[in-house]
Design a protein around this ligand. Structure first.
Ligand code: HPA
Length: 273
């Protein structure tokens, strides 16, 4: 993919005349973590398939629409349904959603995901605020022609998970009924879960949780100067930690189990942003 700036502005032009307000925060919710979207007040929905140059979501449990609405006194745009590399998209295509957010005017993005627990002190149902990531796939959403309108060719990502937002999220953890950690997210492309040997290697390399999303969106946000808060729900222990297979049923069940508390936690964070 080697699109021009106008490729992105065509999507934004379509959405801008249909959105009820300029959003302050862009939200991308992971699988089984969607209920927050249902809490948005005065929602206005735009289907992905109607937006020029946008992508269509194929993952089960992902709804495929942009929702504008208010929550905790903030104006939000929420992607209900996200895009993953394992669906067949190029990394470059995965820059599209966050660039749309940027063009619509958001001043920060929040990314959530389901992830496997690699750190042996984590438990399913715990929360991990992402402090940093490791991505060894060699791909980047910023590969190809650089669009100077969004950001510089070479850019620093040493603080891409915005320290102030991480501090805020940690402060909001008290009274949430959730166990909240900070840790390193290790990106794997999937769609297969990992081997036990991969998980041991990830642990040795410094990964605390493993998952198949978020990093492309966070990198796109960092490129265009948007602050990022990214949070994992540990839905299962990663492969080989327990003597049982990793299943999408467990991922979904744990996601559903914590989704109420997690939504309230996010709402509190959003209210303070
Ligand atoms: N590995 C990768 N992605 C995941 C996992 C996992 O164990 N759990 C939820 N998403």
């Amino acid at each position: 993919m080697n699109e021009t700036y106008e490729f992105y502005t065509a999507s934004a032009d379509y959405v801008r005349v249909r959105m009820p307000f300029v959003p302050e925060i862009g939200l991308i919710l992971g699988s089984a973590l969607g209920p927050l979207a249902a809490k948005l007040e005065n929602p206005v929905e735009i289907a992905y398939r109607d937006i020029p140059n946008f992508l269509v979501s194929t993952a089960p449990g992902h709804a495929g629409k942009l929702i504008f609405g208010e929550l905790a006194g903030k104006r939000l745009v929420c992607m209900s349904g996200r895009f993953h590399s394992y669906e067949g998209y190029d990394f470059e295509q995965l820059s599209i959603p966050v660039r749309l957010f940027k063009l619509l005017g958001v001043r920060a993005v929040i990314l959530t995901n389901a992830a496997g627990g690699v750190n042996l002190s984590y438990r399913p149902g715990d929360i991990m605020i992402i402090s940093d990531h490791i991505k060894f796939t060699g791909h980047s959403p910023l590969r190809g022609r650089n669009l100077d309108e969004f950001g510089e060719r070479f850019f620093d990502i040493s603080k891409m998970y915005t320290p102030e937002l991480r501090q805020l999220a940690l402060r909001c953890a008290g009274g949430s009924g959730l166990t909240v950690h900070e840790g390193v997210y290790f990106f794997m492309t999937g769609p297969q879960f990992e081997t036990p040997a991969e998980i041991r290697a990830i642990r040795t390399l410094g990964g605390d949780a493993v998952g198949m999303s978020t990093v492309t969106e966070a990198l796109t946000a960092a490129h265009c100067g948007l602050p990022v808060l990214a949070i994992s729900v540990i839905t299962n222990m990663a492969a080989g930690v327990l003597n049982q297979p990793v299943t999408s049923e467990e991922v979904d069940e744990t996601g559903k189990l914590v989704s109420g508390r997690f939504s309230r936690y996010l709402e509190r964070i959003i209210g303070e942003m």
